[in-house]
Design a protein around this ligand. Structure first.
Ligand code: NAP
Length: 338
């Protein structure tokens, strides 16, 4: 039966620093009637992404500022439960930015159809494909442009994007060094994912350990963290190295944090440092999907989902990412798979 009532997570106040439950409010409301050209979706998974903390700042960023009373924005995956559009049939899986709510009525053009990926689980649309896989593939391959034999270093290496980046680097014949928080995550990188080395950034001797793990310097630094880690990587970069500015999670609770002290290294070493936002149209999407699916089918690319239950989890889930409490791609399940 098609739902008529909805539960939504609304923004109550823009958090200062760490996200608090009080920054949100759960609301129940009737679903609007479906107009021509619209679909009604039932949410199954909400992707929890570090960028949600950026979206919570009281300023426009690469997307408009979220206002108090608005549904918390998220990349969500669901199933079409009613349709007045020829683009999406009832029962089809779709993805879009309809946010943290159990149902949504949206324009058909605002959701993207998801192809069948069995025998992969539905969650692989987030742990392997979708914006995560695209970020890892396009960031490393198209921006980092690593050559076989080069040293690739990736930060937040045990996370969703980082773990794919490192494995892709290995497939391309690079020496891959991951940076992660804690011994267990570092062991996972070397023993399960095949990284050449992993360095725990919480160690007192982190700087010396990273240098030791990169005896030939760094050719490509895939930066997920920014801050002091970027500063350190700058000192270890080789001439004509590339820095993929993918994310700067260490700054997301306070975007006014000071920039890197060692930025002069970009000049001295003739580095290329390039940022990107994967929500921009990607010309290489088809190529990325084909490679990711092929490598996963060959058993060369592992991915895992860390699933929480219920809309109520979303505020703390955002903190989990910023505190390293996730093991793989973090998702919140708000509805059952059909
Ligand atoms: N440019 C784009 O279009 C795009 C798209 C997707 C993601 N991203 C970026 O990619 C990065 C990873 O995102 P993800 O979704 O894959 O999340 P994730 O890596 O699965 O989770 C975030 C991880 O960041 C690490 N972390 C958090 N705070 C840190 C700090 N202060 N210093 C060092 N490490 C810290 C934690 O791992 P530890 O346990 O190792 O600390 C945590 O598990 C983020 O920076 C995100 O913004 C960018």
């Amino acid at each position: 039966m098609t739902a008529t009532a909805n539960r939504q997570l609304l923004l109550a106040s823009h958090p200062k620093g760490r996200v608090r439950d009080e920054d949100f409010r759960l609301a129940e409301s009737p679903l609007p009637a479906l107009a021509e050209g619209q679909v009604q979706v039932r949410t199954i998974y909400i992707s929890i992404d570090p960028t949600m903390r950026i979206w919570l700042h009281p300023a426009d960023n690469y997307l408009p500022m979220l206002q108090h009373g608005e549904v918390m924005r998220s990349v969500s995956l669901g199933v079409v439960e009613a349709s007045r559009s020829s683009a999406h049939a009832v029962g089809a899986f779709v993805q879009g930015l309809w946010g943290c709510q159990e149902h949504a009525v949206v324009d058909a053009a605002a959701v993207m159809p998801l192809p069948p990926i069995a025998p992969l689980p539905l969650t692989a649309h987030f742990s392997l494909l979708g914006h995560i896989g695209m970020t890892a593939y396009c960031g490393l391959v198209k921006i980092g442009r690593p050559l076989a034999g080069e040293t690739v270093v990736v930060s937040a290496a045990a996370g969703a994007v980082g773990s794919l980046v490192g494995q892709i680097g290995r497939i391309l014949g690079c020496r891959v060094v991951g940076i992660a928080g804690g011994e267990a995550k570092c062991r996972h990188l070397t023993e399960v994912l095949g990284f050449d080395a992993a360095v725990d950034y919480r160690r007192d001797d982190f700087a010396a350990a990273l240098k030791e793990a990169c005896p030939k310097g760094i050719d490509v630094y895939f930066d997920n963290v920014g801050g002091e880690m970027l500063d350190l990587a700058l000192t270890l970069m080789n001439v004509f190295g590339r820095i993929v500015a993918c994310g700067m999670i260490s700054t997301y609770n306070d975007l006014s944090a000071a920039g890197p002290r060692n930025i002069a290294q970009v000049v001295i070493k003739r580095l290329r440092m390039e940022g990107f936002v994967i929500l921009d149209p990607q010309h290489d999407a088809k190529e990325a999907y084909e490679h990711l699916l092929k490598w996963a089918a060959e058993g060369r690319l592992q991915h895992r989902a860390h699933i929480l239950e219920g809309l109520e989890c979303v505020p703390d889930a955002i903190n989990m990412l910023l505190e390293g409490r996730n093991q793989g791609k973090l998702l919140v399940r708000v509805g059952q798979e059909p």
